[in-house]
Design a protein around this ligand. Structure first.
Ligand code: CO
Length: 214
């Protein structure tokens, strides 16, 4: 078996320094975390390397349960996301689910263009559909950049609704479990997160059509 390539040795070195720094400050940090995790938040974000979940909100290991995919989508048949969501809500009992998109998202941009990229075009169809359905929002915007940013926001809002419509979130609400779903957006150019103020705290905030009854 080959040893780690030298090009990656700096990553291992960084890791040692990081772990040692934390252990020096708090010798119990890793032993305590190894026994259990009790995060209060589930983060659903974009895979973009410029949007690292924990760093942005200043949280340590153990404080944020994370799922990331291209363009922070909540696709109803995505078993990966649904499994993360179920575990976070039913087992870890997180109090908040945050969908955090970001401006100038490459996935969103690609969904507005006609350039063929391959398999990922299918994934991004969710956003292309949204763009198609929400044309009214774009007719008065002339700048391409602003159009992309508008769709980035609309995409986050759509994913907040998609999450709220899942049986997992609705079951939690039906049981009286406190759970809020939030939509945030991050600015690559200033590092700031903004709340899009589309928080949903209970099933009664949803359209009748989407409310499931047992
Ligand atoms: Co992105």
């Amino acid at each position: 078996m080959a040893k780690t390539d030298n090009a990656l040795q700096n990553l291992i070195n960084n890791n040692r320094k990081w772990a040692d720094d934390i252990s020096t400050k708090d010798p119990d940090f890793f032993p305590t975390l190894a026994k259990q995790q009790a995060p209060e938040y589930l983060w659903i974000g974009c895979s973009d390397s410029r949007v690292p979940a924990n760093e942005i909100v200043g949280l340590l290991p153990g404080e944020l349960f994370v799922h990331r995919n291209v363009a922070n989508l909540v696709v109803h048949t995505d078993m990966n996301l649904l499994s993360v969501l179920q575990y976070a809500v039913e087992v870890l009992k997180v109090r908040h689910v945050i969908v955090c998109g970001h401006y100038a998202c490459g996935g969103v941009k690609a969904a507005m263009q006609d350039q063929k990229l391959g398999l990922i075009d299918n994934w991004l169809l969710e956003i292309r559909d949204l763009y198609h359905h929400k044309q009214d929002y774009f007719k008065d915007i002339s700048s391409e950049e602003e159009k992309v940013d508008k769709l980035c926001e609309l995409n986050v809002v759509r994913q907040v609704y998609n999450l709220s419509h899942t049986s997992i979130v609705q079951d939690a609400w039906a049981k009286g479990q406190p759970l809020s779903v939030h939509g945030w957006i991050y600015g690559l150019s200033d590092g700031k997160v903004n709340d899009l103020e589309v928080t949903i705290n209970e099933g009664s905030q949803l359209s009748e059509l989407f409310r499931l009854k047992s």
